[in-house]
Design a protein around this ligand. Structure first.
Ligand code: SAM
Length: 225
């Protein structure tokens, strides 16, 4: 059909075999382009609109933004909550700190790997994660940490790329473009299900390739003690 790709063309990326090397490579790129990234986010209205889609769904008092980049999103909401942020790239963190201090926005920002979050179990009411999940080498290890540090019924808000459900060719190519730039395109909804999240998914832009997941952490009765 016109403007649709065939089902056979839609498949997820392979999980990177060498996770440390994968993250180090990405980290080098972000080190080079942190300032350019900051300018690009500020100038790209669609990107800003996509990532800001999480804001109305933030709940509770204590919020973590995992992989905040240069902090554009933090500027929009951090003062309204007890806000924490982690990122893996020191240059991104430096630019984010400057951005926040310039605008008088307060958040506790630190370096960390998403696979080892420096917070106790059940600590956050909401976790925000935009345009970063497909840059992690293991979706399962990242999700395990999100699950661990969220409170029961806590919210996980993710915006990231996935194939459009209607197989729109432009959305398909946008997703492929992200993959060719180093991202690992994965079935985020399947990972959410495996971790016992209840969620809704909405395609919010990019011809169906930008997805917003609003997820709630449930606890299996059998794992309560
Ligand atoms: C494309 S940027 C997204 C930034 C921002 N959230 C946004 O929506 O514009 C991806 C961010 O993920 C961070 N990141 C990549 N791997 C990470 C890891 N293993 N742990 C924590 N952050 C990581 C990068 O340093 C980078 O700041």
């Amino acid at each position: 059909m016109l403007f649709k790709v065939s089902k056979e063309k839609i498949f997820y990326s392979k999980t990177p075999e060498k996770s440390i090397e994968y993250t180090e490579k990405l980290d080098k790129e972000y080190s080079k382009y942190a300032k350019a990234y900051d300018i690009a986010v500020k100038l790209l209205p669609v990107w800003k609109t996509w990532i800001k889609a999480v804001i109305p769904y933030i709940e509770g008092n204590r919020v973590l933004e995992a992989s905040f980049g240069t902090g554009y999103l933090l500027l929009q909401y951090a003062n309204d909550y007890e806000t924490y942020g982690i990122d893996f790239n020191n240059n991104m963190i430096e630019v984010a700190k400057k951005n926040l201090s310039r605008k008088g926005v307060t958040a506790s920002l630190q370096w960390a790997n998403v696979e080892k979050l420096p917070f106790p179990n059940s600590y956050f009411d909401t976790i925000v994660n935009t345009m970063a999940f497909s840059g992690y080498p293991s979706g399962n290890r990242a999700m395990a940490e999100f699950y661990r540090v969220l409170k029961e019924n806590g919210r996980l808000l993710i915006v990231d790329f996935d194939y459009p459900s209607n197989r729109n060719i432009f959305g398909f190519w946008l997703t492929k473009l992200m993959e060719s730039s180093g991202d690992t395109i994965r079935d985020i909804s399947k990972i959410l299900k495996n971790f016992y999240f209840e969620y809704t998914e909405e395609e919010i832009g990019g011809f169906g390739s930008v997805h917003l997941y609003i997820a709630k952490k449930l606890i299996k009765e059998s794992s309560r003690h």
